[in-house]
Design a protein around this ligand. Structure first.
Ligand code: ADP
Ligand code: ZN
Ligand code: ZN
Length: 736
């Protein structure tokens, strides 16, 4: 082939196409599709990095004008042809540039660490020569003794063991007997020392059926809907065992490694060093090395968050997505990919199986299962355990009968009893800080962040007001900034206040708190969970961080302090989030023999999400939720595009989104798209930037994507958008 098709590694839309370069003669045997190269670009021939995405024997332009490739950066392809196809698919699906997609699939290039190894060059050395040096019993012969089995041993290692300097080895190299090579060292391997090897359980009937569903349904994704503690993880483990037996590889996605240490441990203890783990706090070097180990077939299983979906297994047999309902599987920066959709595309490219597992599937996935797009496999019973008993407490009644405390009377008694029984308790509230808003009793003024239109949260330990959006903090005022009154009041409850109330009411209890404020340090998640697991505390207070995947045998009581909190967010997902949170946190109770009790406190006990969670009925929740979404025209019944315009100059922001709306209306032939008027976003200002949004709905996700891209281009051509950022999102996790 004479020419290479190259994508330049810069995310500029104008450069979002394939450029042809000539392959110089000396690169003919070396260059391959998927390699990273340097190419001269533009008038000034600036050297830019690019990826070879194809080869060709002809070009459409004058051949003599085609510039040559300057250099090949690694002597191996960094991306396979199938994954280049994936990048093209992502570019279209997530309205992104090809370069962005390639850079998302290929980890940042970090120079590998290498070490020098020595070995005997048996191919080119006469045995007689080796024997003669042996026979001499000197330093050189000692070196040969170490290498005689044909091993390649690090030079530093040889020197340390034999207590020699490098000269005997160098002398052997000169004689042509020994050769050296650079081998890569991989950084960031999981510490295997502390894990004990586990063996498979004998599956119960439900698990057997689920495993069978997974292994036999190759044509579509399997949605494994299994209540917490039904043994899903064991099913994943045995499914992967089958994959490995076939000589294939598996990817396991978990929402967040630091919150699911036990799940990761179970994979490592089953598969040992066949498993690698990636996580968000890894350095680029560590991530790159894990990726190289996968590409080199040195491992069979990769566990990690969303981005682990791009692990370069070329013999991919299975992708498992645990807790598939988690919003973390959808990227919120370009390319805004959904790991679940990428997994399904991988199934098409590699013929691998896809398993989506959850106790509380997302409405979208369950809808897909109901419509036959996914295969539904269910596990309804906990292993050797009955479901926790869930008790609803109507906090309005508590108030009416004079209880102004944050604990309902029943929960209070249960905590007392649990402490006496030396059992552990989890108290859940999905809001950190102490008080959630601070306001003047006289004039009603609410302390608000100046950068964002968001109430300040009061943090008692630092005695400051904090903005949870931009992180700004402010002093607590002595008098109202608006009217000068001294009557400043603190309203609402956060995890800090729960912790303090527990300390006041149960002074002997040892309390731990886990939220974004206590887990900012690198290993703090693991430390808190470790203390609790080892019985170092009686009560764990926390935000949604404690709701997921944790298995604490001694926890027999869970209190949901305010179940309606997540209902009040201004978002059509609120019912789904509420159902999931209550169900997930309830699943923490009674995991080892002792039955669990869960108290759910609420001011809106009649809401269907709360009712369904308390009754443990996903079907009830799903029926009501889909009824609401169909009536309101929300996904999965339609597609919503959110356009967000933001910038420091509110006038400009306003003008650009209004103009966009006009352009859209002009091109909206026969009204096929439903265009809503622009409005301030749910949070109308963040970090000093004003935010306006608009919504467009359509049944056809491809048509609406093209329409939005087209009209935004028209807007850019029509007016300068400097200082205004236009952000578009199809069916995002959160309404803007
Ligand atoms: P899930 O992932 O659905 O929450 P797990 O896989 O964590 O459930 O299983 C719950 C508990 O049951 C775990 O402690 C696990 O070790 C145990 N377990 C799973 N399968 C079996 C089995 N077949 N026999 C006995 N114990 C099992
Ligand atoms: Zn006031
Ligand atoms: Zn702020």
């Amino acid at each position: 082939m004479k020419f290479a098709l190259v994508v330049i590694a810069v995310s500029v839309r104008a450069l979002d196409r394939v450029f042809s370069y000539r392959i110089p003669d000396e690169m003919q045997d070396k260059l391959d599709v998927g390699m990273r190269v340097n190419v001269p670009f533009g008038m000034g021939n600036r050297m830019l990095e690019g990826y070879v995405v194809g080869l060709s024997d002809s070009v459409e332009i004058d051949e003599t004008k085609v510039k040559p490739i300057a250099a090949i950066l690694e002597n191996y392809p960094v991306i396979s042809e199938r994954r280049i196809e994936l990048a093209y698919w992502m570019q279209k699906k997530y309205y992104s540039t090809l370069s962005e997609c390639l850079q998302c699939i290929i980890p940042k290039k970090v120079k590998s660490k290498t070490y020098k190894c020595a070995f005997i060059d048996y191919d080119n050395t006469e045995t007689a020569l080796i024997d003669s040096i042996l026979a001499k019993k000197n330093k050189q012969s000692l070196v040969l003794d170490m290498l005689i089995n044909g091993d390649s041993i690090p030079v530093d290692h040889i020197k340390a063991i034999l207590g020699i300097d490098g000269s005997p080895i160098n002398a052997l190299v000169k004689k042509g007997v020994v050769k050296t090579e650079e081998n890569e060292i991989y950084r960031g391997n999981y510490n295997l020392a502390r894990t004990v090897k586990s063996s498979p359980f004998t599956l119960n009937d439900e698990q057997k059926a689920a495993l069978d569903d997974i292994l036999t349904n190759a044509d579509r994704p399997v949605l494994l809907k299994g209540v917490t503690g039904s043994g899903k993880t064991e099913v994943y483990l045995q499914a992967i065992e089958a994959v490995i037996k076939e000589g294939k590889q598996a990817i396991v996605l978990v929402p967040e490694i630091s919150l699911t240490p036990q799940t990761v441990d179970r994979f490592v203890s089953r598969f040992g060093d066949a498993v690698a783990v990636t996580h968000s706090r890894m350095s680029d070097g560590e991530r790159y090395d894990q990726w190289r180990r996968a590409a080199g077939n040195e491992i069979s299983v990769m566990i990690g968050p969303r981005s682990a979906i791009f692990t370069p297994f070329e013999n991919l047999g299975m992708v498992i997505i645990d807790e598939e309902h988690e919003t973390a599987y959808k990227a919120d920066q370009s390319p805004k990919y959904d790991a679940r959709e990428v997994a399904i595309k991988l199934a098409e490219l590699y013929g691998c199986k896809v398993v989506l597992g959850s106790a509380t599937p997302s409405v979208n996935s369950y809808y897909a299962a109901k419509n036959g797009k996914y295969y539904l496999s269910e596990m309804k019973n906990r292993i050797n355990l009955s479901p926790p008993e869930i008790i609803l407490t109507d906090m309005r009644e508590e108030l009416a009968s004079g209880n102004r405390s944050i604990f309902g009377r029943e929960l209070y008694k249960a905590i007392e009893q649990n402490l006496a029984d030396k059992k552990q308790t989890i108290l859940f509230l999905n809001r950190r800080g102490y008080s959630t808003f601070v306001s003047c009793r006289k004039c009603g003024y609410v302390m608000t962040c100046e950068n964002c239109n968001v109430n300040y949260t009061y943090h008692k330990y630092s005695n400051t007001l904090m903005c949870h959006y931009c992180g700004a903090s402010a002093k607590v005022p002595d008098i109202c900034p608006a009217c000068g009154s001294k009557h400043i009041r603190y309203f609402g409850t956060g995890t800090q206040k729960i912790e303090q109330e527990v300390n006041e009411h149960f002074p002997t209890a040892r309390v731990l708190r886990m939220d974004a404020d206590t887990t900012s340090k690198k290993d703090s998640h693991a430390e808190i969970l470790d203390i609790f697991r080892r019985g170092g505390a009686d009560i764990l207070v926390g935000t949604q961080m404690i709701a997921k995947g944790l298995d604490f045998p001694d926890v027999t009581l869970v209190g949901v302090i305010a179940a309606d909190l997540s209902l009040n967010i201004n978002d059509y997902h609120s019912g789904e989030i509420t159902y999931q949170l209550i169900t997930q946190v309830a699943g923490r109770a009674g995991r080892a023999g002792t039955p669990g009790k869960v108290y759910v406190q609420t001011y809106t006990p009649e809401h269907y999400s709360i009712q369904a969670a308390v009754n443990g009925s996903y079907e009830d929740f799903y029926a009501k939720e889909t009824e609401f979404r169909e009536m309101m025209s929300y996904p999965p019944f339609t597609n919503i595009f959110f356009v967000l315009a933001s910038g420091e100059d509110e006038q400009k922001v306003y003008r650009s989104i209004m103009t966009l709306c006009e352009i859209m209306q002009r091109y909206n032939k026969n009204g096929q798209f439903k265009i809503f008027s622009p409005a301030p976003a749910v949070i109308s200002k963040i970090n000093g930037k004003f935010r306006w949004r608009m919504m467009i709905k359509s049944d056809d996700s491809e048509k609406i994507t093209n329409f939005v891209l087209f009209t935004v281009e028209k807007l850019r051509a029509y007016m300068p958008l400097d200082g205004v950022n236009i952000n578009i999102s199809l069916n995002p996790n959160y309404s803007f």
